[in-house]
Design a protein around this ligand. Structure first.
Ligand SMILES: [Zn+2]
Length: 69
């Protein structure tokens, strides 16, 4: 973390986060931490997979219910 880091758009001093990103308090320019894009994509993929599995379980439960009714 560097105390002399400044926003690249308006040169307002900003505080760098633990992963290297920051949000400027003056112009709201956002710099995403290194690797953030990859991590977010991986997170979205994982969430989609979990959602699919849950949907599948629900669908099977519904089919079982319909058969027994
Ligand atoms: Zn700024």
């Amino acid at each position: 973390m560097s105390p002399t880091m400044r926003c690249e758009k308006c040169l307002q001093p900003v505080i760098e986060g633990p992963d290297g990103g920051y949000v400027c308090g003056l112009c709201y320019h956002v710099v995403e931490p290194w690797g953030y894009e990859e991590r977010r994509k991986a997170g979205i993929k994982e969430a989609a997979q979990v959602r699919r599995e849950k949907t599948e379980v629900r669908r099977q439960a519904k089919e079982r219910k319909m058969k027994s009714a």
